[in-house]
Write a protein that binds this ligand. Sequence first.
Ligand code: PLP
Length: 388
Amino acid sequence: MENLQAYSAPLEGRRGMLRLDFNENTVGPSPKVVEALRAIPAEHVAIYPEYDGLQAAVAASLQRISGPAAPGRSLEPHHIGLFNGVDGALHALFQAYGAPGDRLLTTSPTFGYYSPCARMQGMAIEAIPYRHNDFTFPFDEILAALTGPTPGPGQVAAPQPWTPPRLLLICNPNNPTGTRLAPERILALAAASPATLVVVDELYEAFSGDSVLPLLLAGAGAEGTWVPGAADPFAAFPNLLVLRSLAKTAGLAGLRIGFAIGHPAVVERVGRVTGPYDINSFAVTAAYAALDDQAYVDGFVAEVLAAKALLQQRLTAAGWRHQGEGGNYLLLWPRARGAAAVEQRLRDAGILVRSMAGKPLIDGSLRVSIGTRAQMEMFWSAWQQADC
Ligand SMILES: Cc1ncc(COP(=O)(O)O)c(C=O)c1O
C-alpha cells in the first residue's frame, strides 16, 4: 500500500471546452437516453437498483451487432458481467485473478489503469513494447512470454521451472497507439495459453470492427478450426474475457457502466468481488435506452471515422507525423514547438488534448480524440496556429 500511487487523470475544469482529451463521445448520448433519464420517477431514486433483464439486453445487443451465429449458439445473460465502468471490471478481474507474485503480461504503451490494478494485487508486470516506428503488435514476443522458454538443443525440458502469466491484457485497438490486432490472432494467443486469463479490452472496437465476439459466435476454435455444435460461444475459449463499455461510443461515460463478456465460470468468479449495488439506477435506465438505439451509435461512429480520415489526409499533406489506425483518437507530434507549449496554446484556444509526456515510445506526442467534422475543423485551424 505504501508504494502505491493513485491513478491520476486531469479530470477537473473540462466543461465548456472542446474535450479531445479522453476519447469521449463529443456530442453526448442519444436523445432517447436523455428522455429516459428525465422520465425517472422519484421512487426510482429511493430504492436500490434492479438489474433484472439488463444482462439479457446486453447479450441480445452484442449478438445483434456481431452478425450471424452458428445454429444454436448464442450469448446468454450468464456470459455478461455488469460493472461500474470497464474500470470497475478491470479492478474486479485483477482482484479475482491476481495474487502477490503472479505475473501480468501486457504491452507498452497501453491504457494506464492495468498496471495500478496489477500493483494493488502485488503482481509483477511484464510490459512488451510495441514495435518501434510503426507500433505494430509484438505478437511473437507476447507468444513467447506466454508459452515460456523453449528447450535448448539436446535438452528435453526448459532449464528452469516456469509459471505462465496469470493475466494477459490486450487493448484492441490499443489506446493510445491505435494498433490493431486481428481477432484471429487473439484467439491463437488464448488457445496457446490455457492457464492464462486473456483479457481483450475492446473499448474502441466500434471504430475498427476488430472484435473476437463475431468469431466466437460463428464457431471459431483454435488455429482456425471450427467448433460446430457447442452452444456456448466460449466453449473452446474458457480463458478469454472481453471488455466492452457504453462510456465512449454511446456517450455514457459520466454514468459509469461497462461489461465483461466471457465463460460463465469466469464471469461468476469476477462477480464475486463486486458489491451488490455497484451500478446505480440511472446507469441502468440509460443503458437500456442506449442499447435500444444502436442507430445513434452507428451514426456517431460513421461521423468520427469521416472526421478522422479527413484529419489524417490533412496531416499527411502538411507533413505532420501522426499515428493511429484504430480508435477515435490519433497521436500527433508537434514539429515547431514542444508538446507542452502546443498543448497550452490549444488550451488557450478552448481545446483540450492529452499529453503523452513520459510514456515509452511516444514521449513528445499529443493524443487527440476525434469528434465530428465540424469539431475537427476547429481543431485543425487551432492546431496549425499552435504549432507554428
Ligand atoms: C482502453 C480503455 N479501457 C477502459 C477504459 C475505461 O472505460 P470506462 O469508462 O468504461 O470505465 C478506458 C477509458 O479511457 C480506456 O481507454
